[in-house]
Write a protein of this length. Structure first.
Length: 278
């Protein structure tokens, strides 16, 4: 008679509990997970407005903001100001990226370049770009040049810092391999330096995009005649809270979409890496 037929007896497989290994790490990606946080904020905002917890004079209700945005779109003001703001942000962002990458390459690939450039850039890093506004206004006036330069200053530092760090953390074995196979300086930069610095550059780009919109918020409220910031400043003068909230929501959406676009590029460009988030 087998052991399985005797009452009260179990086989070794039945006696030993099944051991399940707990999955370490953050787990599987949540579909549309990036939208959950903003949606939660919107729900809380709507509940607060509907129940009277939020004073309409202090923070307009979401439905009021949507209605105001519709009115601004109908008379063309929102599109016109949005286009002006987007132009300023992307011009400053583009110039800042070029400057930051160029300085990072000069400093990261040359000890002389590092000695000359890294110190002044670290000093600039410690000085907020907005603290330079009085000087920039004196030097450049209050026109478009001052606004674009302010955005540029808020962009190039994170690009430089993270790209420079990416360059300096490239595995030395790749450098030795490039020397062994006799790569030229240009081929070394193209095949080793740029791919090795790409993760750092893309991380810096995320900070730079946010910095561009933050700088734009401030400079557009300084004697501007167009842009989202100008629209908000004009609304402040007349006590139009709903228009101010429209501008803030628009800045937030633009920043979120810009960061999402960079993160998408990051995932595609660095798909070869095996990371915790993969």
């Amino acid at each position: 008679m087998s052991a399985t037929t005797l009452p009260g007896l179990r086989t070794a497989e039945q006696a030993s509990p099944v051991v399940r290994r707990r999955r370490l790490g953050p787990g599987k990606p949540i579909r549309f997970g990036a939208a959950l946080g903003p949606l939660l904020l919107l729900v809380l905002w709507s509940i607060g407005s509907a129940t009277g917890w939020l004073d309409q004079r202090v923070l307009s209700a979401p439905w009021t903001v949507v209605t105001t945005a519709g009115d601004l779109i109908a008379d063309g003001r929102l599109q016109s100001n949005l286009w002006t703001s987007t132009q300023r942000a992307f011009i400053g962002l583009g110039l800042g990226i070029v400057l930051g990458v160029a300085l990072a390459l000069l400093s990261g690939l040359s000890r002389v370049g590092e000695a000359l450039l890294d110190g002044p850039i670290q000093i600039k890093r410690a000085i907020p770009s907005l603290a330079l506004l009085p000087l920039l206004i004196l030097w450049l006036g209050i026109g478009e040049s001052m606004k674009i330069v302010t955005i540029l200053l808020g962009v190039f530092v994170p690009i430089y810092i993270h790209t420079h760090n990416g360059l300096r953390t490239i595995d030395s074995r790749y450098v030795e391999l490039a020397q062994t196979v006799g790569l030229s300086q240009w081929d070394f930069i193209r095949r080793v330096v740029l791919p090795g610095a790409l993760p750092g550059f893309l991380l810096g780009l995320r900070f730079a995009v946010t910095g561009a919109w933050l700088s734009l918020v401030v400079v557009e409220q300084i004697n501007s005649t167009s842009g989202i910031g100008y629209m908000m400043e004009l609304a402040r003068t007349y006590g139009q809270t709903d228009i101010i909230i429209v501008g803030l929501v628009l800045y937030g959406v633009l920043g979120l979409l810009s960061d999402g676009a960079v993160r998408l590029i990051q995932r595609r460009a660095l798909s070869w890496r095996r990371t915790l988030a993969s």
